[in-house]
Design a protein around this ligand. Sequence first.
Ligand code: AP5
Length: 214
Amino acid sequence: MKILILGAPGAGKGTQAKLIAEKYQLAHISTGDIFRSNIQGNTPLGQQAQQYMSQGLLVPDELTIALVKDYLETNHFENGYILDGFPRTIPQAESFDAYLASKQECMDYVIDIEIPDEFILDRMSGRRVCTKCGATYHIVNSPSKKEGICDTCGTALIQREDDQAETVKKRLEVYHAETQPLIDHYKGKAKYLPVDGTGSVEEVFASLNKMLGA
Ligand code: AP5
């Protein structure tokens, strides 16, 4: 099964993608996570990506497309995957469509987490992440058991650099201009599953499970 998950920054894509990946035994492929681990490792890709990410801008298409194709070519995914954060522009989607077609493959589902912009600032300002294992928390909605410490691996939690209010506003602008048009692009190409993202994590996951036929 191949799933693409769309939604504004902070809509809950990463949170839901992790739950879906676990339940359906899929690989969770997040371009944001790949870029962040490269930034942490100070690789040439990370140095390039950071210039864009810290300003709330998208990493250039050529770089991102090459990264994802290479990732898919060099890994084998037994049961398929869920793509979180890619494609994010029409050129990325067109290039990815052509890549899948060349392998006689297609996306099965496109999930769209719908959420008004007003919710986003609160979600982003309260988000805390673990740089070691990637776990995500929210200081009010899903706090770690011990404040500031990851439940899973005990590492200190941090706030993402791009979660500052001004950068979040820029990311939202970029989302509406560049990524939202993908909803129309994918309607008709895969089964389109819009979901209300304003409920709790459990409510959103339950709705998605129903739509995915579990
Ligand atoms: P990326 O990491 O993909 O960020 P994003 O799309 O902006 O999404 P986020 O990770 O911020 O949010 P999310 O929707 O996953 O929400 P989450 O589940 O964490 O990309 C970062 C940057 O990398 C981009 O800006 C760009 O520069 C670059 N990049 C990445 N891919 C690229 C591409 N393809 N092309 C070019 N550039 C690319 O939830 C958010 C918070 O809310 C958490 O605290 C969570 O606990 C909480 N929460 C989640 N769900 C709920 C709920 N239902 N109720 C209450 N709280 C909730």
